[in-house]
Ligand binder design. Structure first.
Ligand code: CA
Length: 699
C-alpha cells in the first residue's frame, strides 16, 4: 500500500466550504416525545442521551462565556490500557460505564465513589478475533437493569443497584469469529444487539432479547444465508428472496457475506421503527464475493425494522456493491428539519464513504447526500436523481488490477459519534481527512477460518523504506471537526486537527461543542462559530464521546480517555507512542482536582543482532508478518497501540520467541499461539524479519 494524501486542490475545495457562517437560522421543531417517558435534561439515560441520539445536552450552566473555569471534579483510573470507546450512561445520580474487555463500573455521579464493578472475564484469546482492539462502546440501563455486550458475544444483564448478574445469553455462534463491541439498546422491553467480524468471515444480524429474561424475541439477518440450507426461521425470512436476488455466485456463502451491525441501532418513537446500520461486505473483493455483480443487500445500508417483530420496513443502501470496508454502521441521528417551510422527519448519517446523508424516516427516501470534507471520494460518481442511488465508479473496483481508492477503510467518518444541536441546527462530525488505500486482490483466495478473510492482499500493505517519507505520510493524515448544516448543505465551520481518530462529539445548550483528541486534549468550542474556548491536557488520547449531566443543580461533563480501537494498525500515527491506563474524567466549573500525572516509561531499545539472515528468509518472514501480525502490531512494524515488535527482547531470544509465537505464552493478553498458521520455519523467518526491521531503524 501507499497511504497517500488526498491532495486534490485542498484550497479550492475549502474556499467553497470554509467558514460560511450563516446568520439565518432554520426552524427546528422538537421531535414529539409523547410516545416516551419524558427524559430529564439533567440525565444522560440512553446512548445518545435521547432515543433520537442527538448527543445534545440542553444543560447550559457551563457555557461559552464561563467554560474557561472548567476543571476536574473527580476522575477514576481503570485497570486496562486498551482503547476506551464507551459513552457513559447517567441516571438517578449514578454513572454506568464499560471499559475495554467489556468490564462494567458504576460510580456516584457527583463524588466518583465506586459503587460496584463487574468483570465478565472475557478470555484474552478472543482478542485475535477482533479487528480493532478489545473495545466496548457502552452499556444500556433500563428498569433497574444494566446491559452489556461482551467481546466474546455474550449479552449480560446486571442488577443496576448491586452489579449482580441477572442473566447472560450467547448472542453468537462461538465456532465462528464473531465479536461484540457495540452498546445494546433497550426498546419496548427488548434489548437489541448486533455483532462484528465481517473482516474474518461471518454473516451479520441483529437480535432482540426479552429484557427481563434474556429469551430471544426476534433476529434479523442482514445478508442472505446459504440457499441450500433454506430459511432461518427468523424475522428476515420474508426478505431473504429479495436479498438473495442481489447476490451472485457462491463466493460470499462460505465467508458469511459480512454486513455486521456492530454499532448504530436507533429507535424512532414517532414511527415505532428501529434503524440498524449495516457494515461492509465479506470478503471485501466484489468479484470474489459476488462475481462483481449486484447490490448485495443489505451491505452498507440503513434498514428500518418493526421493533416488535423485527420485520423489514424499508432500506436505503449507501454504497451499492460495497468493496472498500464502507460500513453504514456510523451513528444515526433522528431530527425534524425544516426544508422550505415544511418540517420533515429525517435520519442523518455520515458513514465511512464520505457523504453526509439525510433520509426521510417515513419512506426511506433520500433527501440529500453530499461530500462535506476535503477528502477525495474516488468511488463516487454522483447520485441518480430519480432514485437517490449513488453511482459507483467502476474504476474503484480492484478485482482485476490494484486500485487506489479514497477514502480508505479508515473512512472519512468512523464510529466516533457526531452530535446535532437543535440550538444551532448544525451537525458536528469528527472527520478523518483520510488517506487512500491501494486495494490489491488476493490471488487464489481461500477462506482460512479464524484469519482475516477480506480477499485483499495484506502483503501489498507496506510503507516506503524512507523514514522521512513515512513521517510525511503520517503528517498528511489529519483530522477535522466539521460543523455541517444539513438543511443548507454547507459547512459552517471547520477546525483542522493534527491527527486522525479524534473522539466523538457532545453539543450542549451552553453554545458549546466538546471533543477529545487523539493527541490527548479535551477541547470546548463555541457551537455557533467553532472558536476554541477551553482546552485541557489529559495526557492520554481520546476516541470516546463526552456526555453532560447535572446533580444537585451542578452541571458536569464526563469523558472516557484511552487511545486505541482501529488505531492499533497505524502506530506510525500514534502521537503518544505508548498505551496508558484508561480514565473517566469528570469536569465542573471551578473543579480543582489535579489527576496524578501518567508515568511514562522509556521506550524499550531496538533489539539488534549483527547477523542478518538471507533475503529469502527475510522475505518469507515479511509475508508472515503482513498476513498475520500487521493488523495488530502495525503497518511497517512501527507498532500500533500494541507492542512495537522491533523492541521486543523476544526477537533476539529464539526460545522466548517460540514460547510466545507458537507456544502461546501470552495468550491471556490476547497474543494467542500461531501454531495453526506458522511452521517453525515461518516462525524463524518472522523473527529474522523483525530483527531486520530493528536493524533498519537503527541504521
Ligand atoms: Ca469493517
Amino acid at each position: 500500500m501507499m497511504i497517500r494524501t488526498a491532495a486534490r486542490s485542498l484550497m479550492a475545495i475549502f474556499a467553497s466550504l470554509m467558514l460560511i457562517v450563516c446568520s439565518s437560522r432554520t426552524t427546528y421543531s422538537r421531535p414529539n416525545h409523547l410516545a416516551e417517558a419524558p427524559i430529564s435534561g439533567d440525565e444522560w439515560p440512553l446512548h445518545g442521551r435521547t432515543s433520537n441520539e442527538e448527543r445534545y445536552s440542553p444543560l447550559h450552566q457551563i457555557s461559552s462565556t464561563n467554560v474557561s473555569a472548567l476543571g476536574v471534579a473527580w476522575y477514576r483510573q481503570f485497570d486496562t490500557d486498551r482503547g476506551q470507546e464507551a459513552t457513559p450512561i447517567m441516571v438517578d445520580g449514578k454513572i454506568y460505564v464499560s471499559t475495554a474487555w467489556s468490564k462494567v463500573f458504576s460510580f456516584d455521579a457527583r463524588t466518583g465513589q465506586l459503587l460496584w464493578s463487574f468483570d465478565p472475564k472475557v478470555p484474552g484469546q478472543v482478542n485475535v478475533k477482533a479487528c480493532c482492539d478489545v473495545v466496548n462502546r457502552g452499556v444500556a440501563v433500563a428498569d433497574g437493569r444494566v446491559f452489556v455486550a461482551t467481546l466474546d458475544g455474550r449479552l449480560i444483564a446486571l442488577n443496576a443497584k448491586s452489579g449482580k448478574l441477572l442473566w447472560s445469553v450467547s448472542t453468537v455462534d462461538r465456532s465462528k469469529p464473531y465479536t461484540s463491541t457495540g452498546a445494546p439498546r433497550v426498546v419496548k422491553g427488548k434489548v437489541v444487539i448486533g455483532n462484528s467480524g465481517a473482516e474474518f468471515g461471518v454473516r451479520g444480524y441483529v437480535t432482540a432479547f426479552d429484557a427481563s429474561t434474556g429469551k430471544l424475541a426476534w433476529r434479523f439477518y442482514t445478508v442472505p444465508g446459504d440457499p441450500a440450507k433454506g430459511p432461518d426461521h427468523a424475522a428476515s425470512d420474508d426478505k431473504l428472496a429479495d436479498m438473495a436476488k442481489t447476490w451472485y455466485g457462491k463466493g460470499w456463502i462460505e465467508n458469511g457475506g459480512g454486513g455486521t451491525v456492530w454499532d448504530s441501532i436507533v429507535y424512532d418513537a414517532e414511527f415505532n421503527q428501529l434503524y440498524i446500520g449495516v457494515g461492509n461486505g465479506g470478503p471485501y473483493d466484489y468479484k470474489l464475493r459476488s462475481e462483481g455483480k449486484g447490490d448485495n443487500l443489505f451491505l452498507s445500508s440503513i434498514v428500518a425494522l418493526d421493533p416488535d417483530t423485527g420485520k423489514y420496513r424499508w432500506h436505503y443502501q449507501e454504497t451499492p456493491g460495497e468493496a472498500w470496508d464502507y460500513t453504514a454502521t456510523q451513528n444515526m441521528i433522528l431530527a425534524t428539519l425544516t426544508f422550505e417551510g415544511k418540517p420533515r422527519k429525517v435520519l442523518m448519517q455520515a458513514p465511512k464513504n464520505g457523504l453526509f446523508y439525510v433520509i426521510d424516516r417515513a419512506t426511506g427516501d433520500l433527501i440529500s447526500a453530499d461530500p462535506y470534507t476535503n477528502a477525495e471520494l474516488t468511488w463516487f460518481q454522483g447520485l441518480n436523481g430519480a432514485t437517490g442511488r449513488p453511482d459507483v465508479n467502476p474504476a474503484a473496483y480492484y478485482s482485476e488490477k490494484p486500485s487506489m481508492v479514497s477514502p480508505g477503510p479508515t473512512g472519512v467518518h468512523s464510529w466516533h459519534p457526531m452530535a446535532f444541536s437543535p440550538a444551532t441546527d448544525l451537525v458536528y462530525v469528527p472527520v478523518q481527512e483520510s488517506g487512500a488505500l491501494n486495494f490489491t486482490a488476493t490471488k487464489d483466495f481461500k477462506m482460512k477460518p479464524g484469519d482475516w478473510n477480506t480477499g485483499t492482499d495484506f502483503r501489498a500493505v507496506v510503507l516506503p523504506d524512507d523514514p522521512a517519507v513515512v513521517s510525511s505520510i503520517a503528517k498528511s493524515l489529519t483530522g477535522a471537526l466539521v460543523a455541517w448544516d444539513p438543511v443548507q448543505r454547507k459547512v459552517r465551520w471547520v477546525v483542522h486537527q493534527p491527527y486522525q481518530r479524534n473522539g466523538g462529539v457532545l453539543a450542549t445548550g451552553g453554545n458549546l461543542v466538546f471533543q477529545g483528541t487523539a493527541d490527548g486534549r479535551f477541547v470546548a468550542y463555541s457551537a455557533d462559530q467553532g472558536q476554541a474556548l477551553w482546552e485541557y491536557k489529559v495526557g492520554n488520547g481520546i476516541v470516546a464521546a463526552p456526555i453532560s449531566y447535572a446533580v444537585d443543580g451542578e452541571q458536569y461533563v464526563a469523558i472516557m480517555a484511552g487511545f486505541g480501537g482501529s488505531a492499533i494498525t497505524t502506530g506510525f500515527q500514534f502521537p503518544q507512542k505508548q498505551r496508558l491506563p484508561g480514565r473517566l474524567l469528570v469536569f465542573k466549573l471551578g473543579g480543582t482536582v489535579t489527576p496524578e500525572a501518567y508515568v511514562l516509561s522509556n521506550r524499550p531499545p531496538l533489539q539488534v543482532t549483527e547477523t542478518p539472515a538471507g533475503a529469502g528468509t527475510i522475505r518469507r518472514g515479511q509475508d508472515a508478518y503482513q498476513l498475520h501480525c500487521m493488523t495488530c502490531h502495525g503497518i511497517g512494524v512501527l507498532g500500533g497501540t500494541l507492542p512495537d515488535l522491533r523492541r521486543s527482547p523476544a526477537i533476539v531470544d529464539k526460545a522466548a520467541f517460540d514460547a510466545i509465537v507458537l507456544g502461546g505464552a501470552l495468550s491471556q493478553n490476547g497474543m494467542v499461539s500461531f501454531r495453526r498458521r506458522f511452521s517453525r520455519e515461518d516462525e524463524e523467518a518472522l523473527r529474522q524479519f523483525l530483527q531486520s526491521k530493528a536493524r533498519e531503524d537503527r541504521n
